[in-house]
Design a binder for this molecule. Sequence first.
Ligand code: FAD
Length: 388
Amino acid sequence: MNAVNSRLDAEVGVVGVGTVGSMLMWQLARRGVRALGFERHAPGHDRGAVGGETRLFRMAYAEGARYTGLLRSALAGWRELEAEADASLLVQCGGLAIGDRDGDYVGGLLASARESGTPVEVLDRDAARERYPQHRLRGGEVAVLDTQAGFLRCEPAVIAATTLAEQGGATVLRYTDVDGVAERDDHVEIRAGADVWRVRDVVLCAGSWTGRLLPAEWERLLEPRRVRLNWFAARRPEQFLPDRFPIFIRSTGDMHLYGAPSVDGVSVKVAGMALSQPVDPDRFDRRHSPDEIAGAAAVVRDLLPGLHPDPVRSDAFTDLFTTDGTPLVGRIGRTGRLTVASGFSGRGFKYSPALASVVADAVVRGTEGALEFMSPQRLAREGGPAST
Ligand SMILES: Cc1cc2nc3c(=O)[nH]c(=O)nc-3n(C[C@H](O)[C@H](O)[C@H](O)COP(=O)(O)OP(=O)(O)OC[C@H]3O[C@@H](n4cnc5c(N)ncnc54)[C@H](O)[C@@H]3O)c2cc1C
């Protein structure tokens, strides 16, 4: 061991042990890398992008076939995490994409499924009504069934990954709020209050707070947003359990909606997709305004007649969005010792184990990583800050 290594507190520091940070800690531990995680709350908490019991998992992905490799690896990754943690985290109950037969959403999804070889079944309005009477389809709408889709149990997943990391030798400092990181020539310093830790590499996985740890010019490309969720009581709960009610995304005209089956046997989660607003992640209102509630109730009354239209529960969370909606994953800064893995723009839970695996490989090998389309350099090319 040289002089610098002997002074290091760990090989890799992970700032933020939320979704991606917990998966990264687990992946680093699997590779025998000594990692030190910093989390201002405790893993699995609900003040960032985790919370509300479930996250959707999809294979047929309208966002494009470039995500296919990541999604396939993620499916394997979730099963590995379940096996190692002895926990049930991914329920593949299927997923419906509902929209106009000739619209952009269904068209894009079918094109992406064709290109990636992902099997899907197209149900016309009558077939969809027959099989999934919970949804009221409008004229011209179809439902596309993705049998590999389903939902993830988000809080247990983060806790499982963190626990496995700690069992594998990692250290997670809970209730430790990092104030800043500073690159030195042969290490990186992580500062929290009066304490300083030295590590060889740092990965910033701080979700909505990532911009605060980056040079100021990055902040204008990153936007923490408030994302609302509502739960509605089912008139006949058995119709909304995972064996009868797949996850769904519905996108027609300017109406964008998604939901998951009931996991408590009482309520069903339904949320609007395009309704997130920029916020200060430390000071946003988790309550929904009367107008927000009325809007959600009107949509449910119209499209999901098996649910009582007044929500029985409403909450709000935050996630970090980038200006182009694509995550920010890759090296940043002047020494090559700083990596960012953030900006998942409302979609990052489903592929987090696979993404963490790619980041872990890149950090361990000292390479750029295999996700060029997510690289910080692309934003630099589009007029963002130069990234070396
Ligand atoms: C309501 C909602 C619904 C969503 N639905 C889906 C879905 O159905 N499917 C899907 O795939 N994705 C979904 N997403 C997106 C997905 O959940 C996020 O993209 C993903 O969880 C982001 O992970 P992250 O690790 O970047 O952030 P987080 O999970 O928020 O983790 C960041 C962590 O960093 C910690 N932290 C921040 N700053 C510091 C600091 N200075 N010091 C120490 N710790 C710090 C925070 O406390 C937090 O724990 C949804 C997001 C939201 C908000």
